[in-house]
Design a protein around this ligand. Structure first.
Ligand code: UT7
Length: 335
């Protein structure tokens, strides 16, 4: 059986920086509240007149990851794209990346697992690579949240948190059994589906009603989050799923060299870090700069951590995510 390694990484974030102070000019919020509750100082939001899209940002991150792996787009034999904010309701953005990169007619799979999407995609890619079915899988997480947020005081509990951006990795098979993905763990709990969801623009039976009512007060057009409820579940599930993965490979928290958690909230990351007895420098956070970029947050952080020299050969890397669904998951990778 092959092992799956991360052969290349890349990320792209839009140029437009939106600070907490900028937000306080368009809604009743302030820098102190946002920083204290979330750790976020600023985020990137695509500019309305700009050309950035979810698939476009994903393509830019993908180009960097492919170059970082020393490959050409034509070497990619499967594409996985994780997002909760696709350009179109259908088709998903995987096929747009295939077209943008001029890759031959390889398969393109769209993953709809929100903030856990990258970890889910990683697990799927791992199965394909281990069995030898594919050699170079391109895995992308990309989000354009800013176009769909309620940027008024009414929506401040959600809109100050989310940012735009994309990250990508190229996953490759190797016969070297000393490195690569050791395990992945995936979970879901659909009874909490509506606690963090976008319910409005859904199946075709809604379209007639949306057009007829044309109701700007209909909050179902915007993402809804029961923040406290999600927070409590997140801190528990993060720890559970990391311990589950560690147990699977007979390791403990002390063996982790770097934990990259989905960047949901700095308080969540710090709580998990403290509860697991990890030193602060063993957890990588960049939510301060980008906010919560959902499926893009782990690959952006991974790419930045790598650029900053925080990943060394032989390190045990742990990825963990929790989000809408609820869905959650983890991965352990010997770097
Ligand atoms: O990525 C997927 C997973 N997502 C998460 O894990 C997110 C989990 N949840 C959270 O991160 C936190 O619950 C939030 C950051 C969303 C909210 O923090 P909180 O400490 O749970 O605040 P809260 O929702 O209980 O709101 C406290 C107060 C409320 O006012 P009252 O009722 O106490 O008067 C809110 O209206 O803060 C008010 N508030 C704001 N004030 C200023 C809510 N949003 C804002 C805002 N600026 N942006």
């Amino acid at each position: 059986m092959k092992r799956t390694i991360i052969a290349g990484m890349g990320h792209y974030v839009p140029e437009n920086v939106v600070s907490n102070h900028d937000l306080s000019k368009i809604m009743d919020t302030n820098d102190a509240w946002i920083q204290e509750r979330t750790g976020i100082k600023e985020r990137r939001w695509v500019s309305a007149e700009g050309e950035d899209t979810t698939s476009g940002m994903g393509t830019k991150a993908a180009r960097k990851a492919i170059a970082d792996a020393g490959l050409e787009p034509s070497d990619i034999d499967f594409i996985i794209f994780a997002t909760l904010s696709p350009d179109y309701y259908f088709p998903g953005p995987g096929v747009q990346v295939q077209e943008n990169l001029g890759i031959d007619t390889v398969g393109a799979l769209d993953v709809r697992n929100q903030c856990s999407g990258f970890v889910y995609g990683l697990s799927v890619a791992d199965q394909f690579i281990k069995t030898g079915m594919y050699k170079n899988v391109l895995l992308i997480g990309s989000e354009l949240h800013s176009g769909g947020l309620d940027k008024t005081t009414r929506g401040r509990g959600v809109s100050v948190i989310f940012g735009d951006g994309a990250g990508a990795v190229v996953l490759q098979g190797t016969d070297d059994q000393t490195k690569g993905i050791l395990t992945t763990k995936l979970h879901s709990e659909g009874k909490h589906a509506k606690e963090l969801a976008l319910l409005g623009p859904a199946t075709s039976r809604w379209v007639d009603r949306i057009i007829e009512e044309n109701d700007p007060e209909d909050m179902s057009y915007y993402p809804y989050m029961n923040g406290n409820f999600v927070f409590k579940h997140a801190v528990t599930r993060f720890q559970e799923v990391i311990h589950e993965a560690l147990q699977d490979v007979n390791k403990g928290p002390e063996d982790i060299d770097l934990l990259i958690p989905h960047q949901a909230n700095l308080r969540i990351s710090q709580y998990v870090q403290a509860k697991m007895g990890l030193a602060p420098d063993k957890v990588f956070n960049n939510i301060m700069k980008y906010g919560n970029t959902a499926a893009a947050s782990i690959p952006i952080a991974l790419s930045e951590a790598n650029e900053a020299g925080k990943l060394k050969k032989g390190d045990l890397l742990c990825l963990a995510a929790f989000g809408s669904g609820f869905t959650w998951g983890s991965a352990l990778i010997q770097f």
